[in-house]
Design a protein around this ligand. Structure first.
Ligand code: NOJ
Length: 550
């Protein structure tokens, strides 16, 4: 089980309002205590922070905002003591426009080998005033920006699938390949267990850069099936990952590459997970599933089948730093979203607000369902506290480039990145000692604090801890799933090893089979579980399964 840490919002040891590596190191024991095997650190590299650190200006250093390389070494040493493995983020599709390679490319001019490191093209139109093609940025607007040449005249266009401050690398350039091989070795030499590979499906673009009227995020749209997109899933990518796989094998022990790739269907995503390429890929189909019994069963079934076919474990994930937290998503009908918003877009004070109570209840049940599934699991910091999104964030506080690039039409992802609450009271609810915070906390945030939940045996934190202990003890991660029939269709029901998992997504109570309760999303301590033998709506239970009971 891997726990994602978003460093800027985890814990702030020096009190400047931004989380740091020292803050993470100080709290590794509490993460370990949760039953975590490994942590994945989102970027902490030098960055102008135009895209939350995914705009990297040096791939082999630590941003002073987060500390120093010595702090990183101290983090690894502490993680080793606790037997926690550390995975870091690798951002190979693009860098910051402040990166030395990009500055050199700008200075060197058209036709130079330095420009070959990125994707520069002359514009269309008589004076080159139109972008080379119609590709759109993930964050809104054109994926091309025209640069000023050294003599001050409007010059070539540069491709950026994300913000204009994030130029895309040209992966056909040997300089790029060398830069990343060095980067992999740099962090492996410092003791990391592997890499989460950012937008792993987009490094290589079709050489002709043809127009594409489909979605910028690789999803399917009318007449534009995602698998034909010229900026995603190109065959040459597999050679890159084969080389990296071989490089990782030069190091002792188990090392992993996990693809962040919005590729559908799952069978196609599974092409990335091969013995000689990546070990894992995030299962975004599960994250985006409608929490409606048929769709959920179908996503689980297809995910397991798709990854079984390549003999790899699937990974389950409900939240991360790019999506509205699931405790908020589940506060809308079917785990959906207010009308008209897209995955990754935030929710603001003017939107329909979620039903917070239902969101919490279903979030607990969903976590229990996920933690009972065979495969790997990724948790996003704060979900073990049941944190919702900040849906009242004032516009002036927003930092996500999506907000800026769409002129506030799409709110972006700040709402899921609010610094964690550690104590109920005190400055910044324990995020630091000073009260400074790069994003403001919502009112009542202290009620979710770790210290409060630690002391409460029925809290969401206690539920996660209990579920993770049982998951490990019962070896559910390496088990297998068979659907369990005979209950109301609104109940998602399956058996994994000796556990019968039941989640009621209907609106009526359902009578439980007469089996011992292992864990209950409503009553963690089990003081009332089993007494009523009833599964209420949005409740999940794990029961001790006896094959004769069906
Ligand atoms: C995916 C990352 O998770 C997201 O935060 C980032 O904005 C884009 N890739 C671009 O790096």
């Amino acid at each position: 089980m891997i726990y994602q840490i978003y460093p800027r919002s985890f814990r702030d040891a020096n009190g400047d309002g931004d989380g740091d590596l020292e803050g993470i190191t100080a709290e590794l024991a509490s993460i370990r205590e949760l039953g975590v095997d490994a942590i994945w650190l989102s970027p902490f590299y030098p960055s102008p922070q135009q895209d939350g650190g995914y705009d990297v200006s040096d791939f082999r250093d630590v941003d002073p905002m987060f500390g120093s390389l010595d702090d990183f070494d101290a983090l690894i040493a502490r993680a080793d003591e606790l037997r926690l493995r550390v995975i870091v983020d690798l951002v190979p599709n693009h860098c910051s426009s402040e990166h030395g390679l990009f500055r050199a490319a700008l200075a060197a001019g058209p036709g130079s080998t330095e420009r070959e490191v990125f994707i520069f093209r002359d514009g269309r139109g008589e004076g080159g005033e139109l972008p080379p093609n119609n590709w759109q940025s993930h964050f809104g607007g054109s994926a091309w920006t025209r640069i000023d040449e050294a003599d001050g005249r409007a010059g070539q266009w540069c491709l950026h699938l994300f913000d204009s401050s994030q130029p895309d690398f040209n992966w056909r350039s040997p300089v790029v390949q060398e830069e990343f091989e060095q980067t992999l070795r740099f962090w492996l030499d410092r003791g990391v267990a592997g890499f989460r590979v950012d937008v792993a499906h987009s490094l290589v673009k079709h050489p002709d850069l043809p127009d594409w009227g489909g979605r910028a995020d690789g999803g399917d749209s009318d007449g534009y099936p995602g698998h034909e997109a010229p900026m995603f899933g190109q065959p040459e990518l597999h050679d890159i990952y084969r080389r990296w796989n071989a490089l990782l094998r030069e190091y002792d022990g188990e090392r992993v590459l996990c693809a962040e790739a919005s590729i559908s269907p799952v069978e196609r995503l599974a092409e990335w997970v091969r013995p000689d390429q990546m070990q894992q890929a995030f299962n975004f189909a599960f994250l985006g599933a409608e929490w409606e019994p048929e769709s959920l069963r179908s996503v689980i079934e297809t995910s397991l089948r798709g990854f079984d076919a390549v003999d790899a474990p699937t990974t389950w994930v409900l939240s991360n730093h790019d999506v509205v937290r699931h405790a908020t998503r589940f506060g809308y009908p079917d785990g959906g979203r207010p009308d008209g918003t897209r995955r990754g877009d935030g929710i603001g004070p003017n939107d329909i607000q979620p039903d917070a109570r239902r969101g919490q209840m279903l979030a607990r049940a969903a976590a229990m369902l996920m933690l009972a599934l065979p495969g790997g699991v990724y948790l996003y910091q704060g979900e073990e506290l049941g944190l919702p999104d900040h849906t009242g964030l004032p516009e002036a506080a927003r930092q996500d480039p999506t907000f800026r690039r769409t002129s506030a039409e799409r709110l972006g992802r700040d709402g899921c990145r609010i610094p964690l609450p550690w104590t109920q009271h005190g400055p910044s609810v324990g995020f630091n000692d000073t009260g400074a915070s790069w994003l403001p906390h919502p009112v009542g945030w202290g009620g979710y604090a770790r210290s409060v939940q630690h002391a409460d045996p029925c809290s969401t934190l206690s539920l996660y801890r209990a579920a993770l202990v049982q998951r490990k003890g019962l070896s559910l991660g390496s088990g297998s799933l068979s659907w369990y029939d005979g209950l109301n269709d609104d109940v998602v029901a399956f058996v994994n090893r000796d556990v019968l998992v039941l989640l009621n997504l209907g609106t009526d109570d359902v009578t439980l089979p007469e089996l011992a309760v292992i864990l209950d999303s409503v009553d963690v301590t089990g003081s009332t579980s089993g007494a009523s033998h009833t599964l209420v709506p949005d409740q999940c239970v794990w029961l001790r399964y006896e094959p004769t009971s069906q």
